[in-house]
Each structure stands twice: as C-alpha cells, then as structure tokens.
Design a protein around this ligand. Sequence first.
Ligand code: M6R
Length: 618
Amino acid sequence: MCGIVGYVGPKTAGTFLIDGLRRLEYRGYDSSGIAVLGDDGVALHRAVGRIDNLVSVIGSQSPSGSLGIGHTRWATHGPPTEGNAHPHRGGNGEVVLVHNGVIENFQPLREELVAKGYAFQSSTDSEVIAHLIADALATSPRDSEDAEQRYVDAVQQTANRLRGTYGLAVLFADCPEMLIAARFGSPLVVGVGRGEHFIASDASPLAGHTDRIVYLADHQLAILRPGSLTVLHRDNGKISPDVQMLETETEQVSLDGYDHYMLKEIYEQPDAIRNAMRGRLDDQNATALFGGLNLTPQQLRSVDRIILTGCGTSWHSALVGEYLLEEFARIPVEVEYASELRYRNPPIEPGTLVFGITQSGETADTLAALVETKRKGHRTLAINNVVGSSIAQAADGGVYLHAGPEIGVASTKAYTSQCCTLAMLALYFGRLRHLSYEAGKSYIENLRRLPAAVEQALSCDALVRGIAEKYQSVNTFLYLGRQYNFPTALEGALKLKEISYIHAEGYPAAEMKHGPIALVDQHTPSVFIVPRGTTYEKVLANMEEVKARGGPIIAIACQADPAIDSLADDVVHVPAIPEFLQPIVSVIPLQLLAYHVALMRGCDVDKPRNLAKSVTVE
Ligand code: M6R
C-alpha cells in the first residue's frame, strides 16, 4: 500500500507534493511526510494520521525548494508513529527516500548495516534501503567523471539486494536537480511536464499538471531532471520511455456536493452500469461485444473451464460471475481467493481461462495470482476499473469497467459494474456456444433495464436510514441469501463491518441451521435478501426459523407479500428484475444501510480504520 509522490522542476515542490498526497490518501493514511531540497538543505516534515495533520505540522512555513518527495503510509513494519513515517534518511542524511512496498529480507540487511555503524531511526523495513544506498555511495569514488552515474549505480546496486517489492523515489542532499525513481512489484508512474517531471504511485496526482505519463515497469529506474527523463532497465540499459496520454479528469474525483465519496459512488451506480454496457450490446447478433479480450472467437469457444479470482468485494462479484457463467455459458467455473491461488498449485488444463477481477488493478495478491498462472502458460484476462493499472498491463487482455474513479475505501459502484460486466461475459460466452438468438435478445433487454432498476432502488434511502437508526448500536448482524443472492449477503456483511466496525457475517440462508443460528437472539438482526426466484419459499422458511427464535428481521424483497410483511420487522422493496441480475439491484439497500450505520456511529466512512483502498502488499 502507501502512496508516493515526487517533483522536480521550476515550481515550489511542496504544493504538488501535498496535493498529490491528498489524492493518494486512499492508499493509506497512518502517517504522511514530505522532504524538500532547498537552499538550506533538506527540510523534512512528518506527521501521524491524515494529510491534514501534516499540513498543520508544516503550518505557514511551507518549505521552499523545487525538488521533493512525499509519502502517505499504510503501516506494515512498525506502528504508525512519526518516527516510522516516511521520508527516511540514509547515512548522515545524504540520501532521503520514500518507499511503497515490503522488503522481505530487511532483517539481515539491517543487521549488516548496524554492524557497519549505521544508526537506525525507525523500525520500518524501508529505512534499510536508504542506508544501503548511502553505503553504496560511500564505497564509490566521488571524483568519477559522470556524477549522475554514481547515484544511479548506488540505487541499482541496492535494488539488486532487495527481496520483496518497491516503488521508490530518492533524492540526494548534494544533488539539487535530480530525482531517481525505481520500481519492482509496486506501481509507479512518471509525469512528463514542460521543464518539470513528476513521480506518483498512480496517475491521479498528475491530473491538472500534465497529461503525458510513463508507466514504469519492473526493474526499471528513471532519472528525472527538470528538462530530461532517462529510463533504464536493469538488464537492457537505456530504453526509450513509452509516453502515453493520461485520460483522468480532475473533476471526476471531486465530491460534487455529496458528504462522502461512498455516498456519491453509491448514487453514481446507474451511470456506472450504463458506462459498463456502453457500446457492448450487439442487438443484431444478440450478444455482447468486447474489444480487448485479444482472443479469437475460435479460441474462446474452446475454453472449457474458467477460473475467476480476486479479493474482497471483487471476490464476491466473482461468485456472482460463477452463477452467471455456469447458467448461461454452461462452462464450469471456479472462484478462487487470489491470495490462496497464488500459492496453490491446482491442476489447470490447457483450455482454462483465468480472469483477475479488480477495481484498482493493483491488488498484490490478484496480480501475483495472474502472473503465476500466466507463467504456467495459461491465458489471463483482467476485469479492471483503473486504466493502465499493473494488472491491466500484466494480463493478456481484458475488459475495463469504465466506472470512473472509486475513492471510498468501501467498494460500491465497482462491485455492481463488475457484476454487470460478468453478466455481459456470460451472454457473450453463451452466444458462442448454445444460447439461442431469442434468449440472447431477451437477455439484452433485461440488461438494459438495469440502470433504471438501480435508480429506483436508490429511492429506499430514507427508509434505510430509519432502519439504520434502529439498529446502529447492535453488536452483530447476520446477512442471509441464496443462489445469486448468497454473494449479496457476503457483500452486505463486508460493507457493514469494514466501515461501521460491527461484526457481520454473510451466509447462504440454508447454512444458517448449521451454526450461525446460535447467534440469533433479540439483539442480533438478520438481513434476508429474499427476491422472487427459485428459492423464494425456502428463504421464507429460513425467515420463520429466525422469527421463531426472536431474532429481528430486515427483508430486502421485490414486491409486497403478506408472508414477508408478517415475518419481517422491516421490509425494503427493490424493483424486480430477472433473478440473474437481481444481485445488482438487491445490494443497493445494503450499501446504504452500511453507510448510514457507519455515519451514525461516528465512523470515518471513506477512510475506515486499518484499511486502505488499494492493497498493494500481500
Ligand atoms: O481493487 P480490488 O478490487 O482488487 O480490491 C480488492 C479488495 O481489497 C476490495 O474489494 C476490498 O475488499 C474493499 N474495501 C471492499 O469494500
């Protein structure tokens, strides 16, 4: 996790650094810091907690200097203290750096450096990198003709000794016009401006500064000066940087009058779904269109097994995808936690296609799972929101969600866009196989009904706020659903626990009898997702079982039904849509419930404790 930024050019570096860190705060917010090189040397400011705290620490004394680096931290090694906040200094302060990633062999490296007399100021793994670079510089002659090469060699030698992952931005106290960036396993981009260059963990800090961007790849190192950019590869030496055009617009990441990004993103879902479907429904052939799969219809027709992998909410959408692809494409599907798949060695047949599902495209476990399956020779595709992300680049092809930036840590619009994209993939694969033209036409008609259905579902907001008021103080929630809405139950529980810190469990409704029913009492509400469908009557029976034990019931239902009204204490009606699309509609009240409960409990909805938006460490 963590976000890093860097600037070298004619302007005051601090302005870009602070603004950039604010845009990267979603990557971690345990502490932050900046270092700016000015006439009086390196000015270093650090603070525990949010960027606002750093701004207070800096006060009106904004450091002058036009070269600097910054960091926002999600703690891995060492607690979130000021001493552990980045930037870190190496040697006697001649090297200053920020790091995103994890150094797995930091302990032996630290022991070696301590034995050499280096004094550590923090308990982080990152500080070893700063001292290693200082150590490499100490052993290289100062009078070398090419001074730049000396710094580059020191960073490269250090990189060669690191095991783990890193995105680095390094400044040198005696080098007022040069920054070095290096990457392995953690994302890093370079912004190319006029007479200035920028470093960032992703493209968002660059919006408004430059639209030209270079995505650094693993083992690449960039030397940034105001008027020049040199990119080197560890094995291939100097390479020509691939400058791409940045598409992010600054307006897209504003709050637009909403109190929180999460609420804004919940309300953006009708449009996000429209965008996911835009240009992808082919009425003439009653199928879906995907430009980026990079596989021929023949190759896709020969797929006889699909693995869907991801983490957290993306893993939940994979579960929805499993139901969809098996029902409509008749292809066997397995859903794997990426964190498990990456270390497992399951037998994978040649006809298997592996999809990595991810909002950010930076989740370390999903990336590693895809890279490992690709290494074994399997075709890998990404279902991904962030254009140009690490996973988009690592996969053989894929589908972008086009949901727009998702800033709130709790994933909402990415989830419904992923489910919608998986529904289109099920149609596409189905139509390549046995699904009839007529069935394809009716499938498309139903997909087209989705944005309006989600819009209508959002009108339950006030009702859900009332339910949140009633239950805001309970300790445990159960979420129960079946078939297509079993993942909805998991997703509702995850939303609530991650932002309100209430214990919540999602289960297939019938599984309740095998253990969780022991939790039911008058203080433990059960949320039943009970739309009309194949298991409707069965779920009603499960509601009876909870009712018989005095448990309060909140029902997410499709239409008025006296049976539900008599069983449930609270009923939220959402529009009815065919069962296979219902999860996209039924999840709306659950997102709103989590939002309102968290707000009433005084929690930080967009930046819940201990979490970060992108989990770029394993
Ligand atoms: O960016 P990704 O979709 O790969 O992220 C995966 C999970 O970290 C993410 O979905 C997480 O579970 C969310 N905070 C859930 O709301």
